[in-house]
Design a protein around this ligand. Structure first.
Ligand code: FAD
Ligand code: PYC
Length: 416
C-alpha cells in the first residue's frame, strides 16, 4: 500500500485527479469477432475474461447498451455465499466461492472480498427445520455451514433483539463463516480491465437491437452502431433476457421484477456480519464506510423500471427496526432498484438455445452477484467448447421440459 505524508495527501487532494490512465480501451467495433457477449455486467465481463484467459479466445466483443455494471451488478447488495440446498446449485455457487477467494490476486484488482460471514435467520419451527436440512446438505457437500442457537446469534450480533417476546422471535439461524461481501463495481472494473488487457473489446453505449439469424443459426447482432458478426453469441443481460430472447424468436421461462435496496447515513461500526431474514423479507449489513445496506424481497409486479414501490420499502424497514430497534432513528440516504430475471425454480439458465450458436446465461434472479466469477468461468467453457460445462449442465432450459427442476426457493435468501 502506498503511504502519503501530510504534504503528499494535500498535494493529491488538490490534483483535480488529472491524467489518470484509462483502465480499458474505448475501441471502435470491428465488423467481426469470434464471440460476442451481450451485456457488460459482472457475468458478461467475467465470461469474456475467462474466454481469453482459459481458452485463448481473445477476438471477443462485450456489447453493453449503457455503462459497465449499470445493470444489476452495481445495484446489488453484494452478498456472497454458497449455502444452497441441492447438489447441483451447491456445486455452482461453491465453484464461484472458490474463485472469489483468489479473485483479487487473479485480476490484480482489489475487489474487497470480505469473508465476514452470512447468517440466515429462522423465526418459525418450519424455518428451523429448513435451516437444519440445508446445513446438513451443505456439510455433505463440503460447504462450511453451521446451525446457530439464539444465544450464539446474540453473541455474534449483540445489537439484534433476540428476546423471546420480539415481534419476530429468532429460533436459530444458519451461518456460513466463509460467506461475506465484495465491492460490486470493483468486480465489474476488475474483470473489464483484465479482459481488455488480454485483447477483449469492450463496447459501451452499444445496444443490441436484433440478431442476424439464417437457417436456424446465429451469425451476428444488429446494434445501434451497426451490425457485428460472430458465429457464437452469449447473452448475459439479466432483467432484459426475455426481451433479447423475443428478438431471437423464442421465449424463456422468466419473469422480470424490480428488486430494491437502500443505504443509510454512515454510522460508527456496529455490525460486522451479514444478517438475512427471508421470513420477514429484510436483510442488512454495514459497509466499511459505515452505511447500513438494507434490502427487500422483490416488488411483486412485473416491470422494467429500475426502481421499486414505497410499500416494499416500508415493509422492509419495519421488519429491520423490529429486529434492530437500535436503528429506529437512522436516516436513509439513497434507495434504488434493479430488474431481476426470475425463473420458476429460483435457479439460473446457462444454456444453448433453439438457435445454433446462440447461448443464454440468465435467470439469476435476486442472487447472481455471488455467482459472478463461477458463472463467467463455466459459461466461457460452454461457449468455447460448444458443450455445457459439467457444472452448468443441470441448468439447461431443457429442464423446463423434462421436469428436472432444481428448486432453490428456500436458499434464495430473498423472496421471489
Ligand atoms: P447485469 O449487471 O444486470 O448486466 C446485464 C447487462 O446487460 C446490463 O448492464 C444491461 O445494460 C445490458 N443489456 C441489457 N440489454 C442489452 C442489450 N439489448 N444490448 C446490450 N446490452 C444490454 N445477488 C447476490 O448474489 N447477492 C446480493 O446481495 C444481491 N443483491 C441484490 C440487490 C438488488 C437491489 C438487486 C437488483 C440484485 C441483487 N442481486 C444480488 C442479484 C444480482 O445483482 C444479479 O443477479 C447479478 O448482478 C446479475 O449480473 P449480470 O452481469 O448477469 O447482470
Ligand atoms: O442471494 O444472498 C442473496 C441475496 C442477498 C440479497 C439479495 N440476494
Amino acid at each position: 500500500m502506498q503511504r502519503y505524508s501530510g504534504f503528499g495527501l494535500a498535494k493529491h487532494a488538490l490534483s483535480h485527479h488529472e491524467n489518470w490512465e484509462r483502465q480499458w480501451r474505448n475501441p471502435t467495433p470491428k465488423k467481426q469477432y469470434d464471440v460476442i457477449i451481450v451485456g457488460g455486467g459482472g457475468h458478461g465481463l467475467a465470461t469474456a475474461y475467462y474466454l481469453a484467459k482459459e481458452h485463448g479466445i481473445t477476438n471477443v466483443a462485450v456489447v453493453e447498451k449503457g455503462w459497465l455494471g449499470g445493470g444489476n451488478t452495481a445495484r446489488n447488495t453484494t452478498i456472497v455465499r454458497s449455502n444452497y440446498l441441492w447438489d447441483e446449485a451447491a456445486a455452482l455457487y461453491e465453484h464461484s466461492m472458490k474463485l472469489w477467494e483468489g479473485l483479487s490476486q487473479d485480476l490484480n484488482y482489489n475487489v474487497m472480498f470480505s469473508q465476514r460471514g452470512v447468517m440466515n435467520l429462522a423465526h418459525t419451527l418450519q424455518d428451523m427445520r429448513d435451516v437444519q436440512r440445508r446445513v446438513n446438505a451443505n456439510r455433505l457437500n463440503g460447504i462450511d455451514s453451521v446451525v446457530l442457537t439464539p444465544e450464539e446469534i446474540q453473541e455474534i450480533v449483540p445489537i439484534m433483539d433476540c428476546s423471546k417476546n420480539a415481534r419476530y422471535p429468532i429460533l436459530g439461524a444458519s451461518w456460513q463463516p466463509r460467506a461475506g461481501v465484495a465491492r460490486h463495481d470493483a468486480v465489474a472494473w476488475g474483470f473489464a480491465r483484465a479482459a481488455d488487457a488480454l485483447g477483449v473489446d469492450i463496447l459501451q453505449n452499444t445496444e443490441v437491437t436484433g440478431f442476424k439469424i439464417r437457417d436456424g443459426r446465429v451469425y451476428g447482432v444488429h446494434t445501434n452502431r451497426g451490425d457485428i458478426e460472430a458465429k457464437t453469441v452469449g447473452c448475459v443481460a439479466a432483467g432484459n433476457s426475455g426481451v433479447l430472447a423475443k428478438m431471437a424468436g423464442f421465449r424463456l421461462p422468466l419473469e422480470s421484477h424490480p428488486l430494491q435496496a437502500l443505504v443509510s447515513e454512515p454510522l460508527k461500526p456496529v455490525l460486522d456480519t451479514v444478517v438475512m431474514s427471508n421470513h420477514v423479507h429484510g436483510y442488512i449489513s454495514q459497509t466499511d464506510k459505515g452505511d447500513l445496506v438494507i434490502g427487500a424481497g422483490i416488488d411483486g409486479y412485473n416491470g422494467y423500471g429500475q426502481r421499486g414501490s414505497y410499500p416494499t420499502v416500508e415493509h422492509t424497514l419495519q421488519a429491520i427496526v423490529e429486529m434492530f430497534p437500535i436503528f429506529s432513528r437512522v436516516r436513509m440516504n439513497r434507495q434504488w432498484g434493479g430488474i431481476v430475471d426470475t425463473c420458476p425454480d429460483a435457479c439460473p439458465i446457462l444454456s444453448a438455445t433453439p438457435v445454433k450458436g446462440l447461448f443464454f446465461n440468465c435467470g439469476w434472479g435476486t442472487g447472481g452477484f455471488k455467482a459472478t466469477p463461477g458463472s463467467g468461468h463455466v459459461f466461457a467453457w460452454t461457449l468455447a467448447k460448444n458443450q455445457a460445462h459439467p457444472i452448468a449442465a443441470p441448468f439447461s432450459i431443457d429442464r423446463f421440459h423434462t421436469g428436472a427442476l432444481v428448486d432453490e426457493h428456500g436458499a434464495a435468501g430473498v423472496a421471489h
